[in-house]
Design a protein around this ligand. Sequence first.
Ligand SMILES: [Zn+2]
Length: 282
Amino acid sequence: MRLPILLLALGLAASPAAEAQTARDLFSAKGTPTSHAPHAIGRHGLGCLAGGVQLPESGPTWQAMRLSRNHHWGHPKAIAFVERLSREAVRAGWPGLYVGDISQARGGPIPGHASHQIGLDIDIWMRPPHRLDLSRAERERISSITVRSDDGRRVNGNWTRAHHAILEAAARDPEVERIFVTGPVKLQMCADAPARDRAWLAKIRPWWGHDTHFHVRLNCPAGQPGCVRPDPLPAGDGCAEAVWWVTEALEPPDPTAPPPAPRPPVRLADLPEQCVTVLNAP
Ligand SMILES: [Zn+2]
């Protein structure tokens, strides 16, 4: 029987040894999910996942990449979303999708990402699949491709209408909260979207990186009070604001400015209390 995680949160304290380790080390050491009912706990960028479900390594319209990382665990809503969007990719003319990181088996801070902590963030490669029968070794070796020009100001020749169609389908999905892309992709999509019916464009958000993959963030599942909703998106389609990403954002940093202070590592005590239960569950 799959018990709800909130009923099992007994206020367990983290052991002193656990307190000395970073939350990332603690969670990345857990390769299997808990047997709770699925529950996204905390914020997309600070939380954990009970009852995680693994994306099958291969499906009719997708392959999970970099299997050695064991980062293809998610809330069941995320797994269903990947299957749904991969069918949209076929409609757009691709064989399917190459799927990057989702979350660790129990979520939590994850190497290489600021979010992806509660099983509701999914990275999708910008590289159109050429085959969907890649071996495990090939999935380690093959890399994605960038859709951004060398000067960072526009999309390059790798960007296609199919990319636009797949990203638009993702943005129109009611379960999707927002999608991070490189600035030139946002601007190209703004230019190519028709003048009417542009509300979905608001969900396409420019951010650093995100030129070799796009990052889909799903809404908190209904009935999961422990899942904290992100701040609402700003009003409007975000197209005028996105120009900053191909102008000021590309200017060299001020050499006289002090370097940003390093962020202290996240400790287990920084996470919601239920995450101690998730971490320590058999
Ligand atoms: Zn991501």
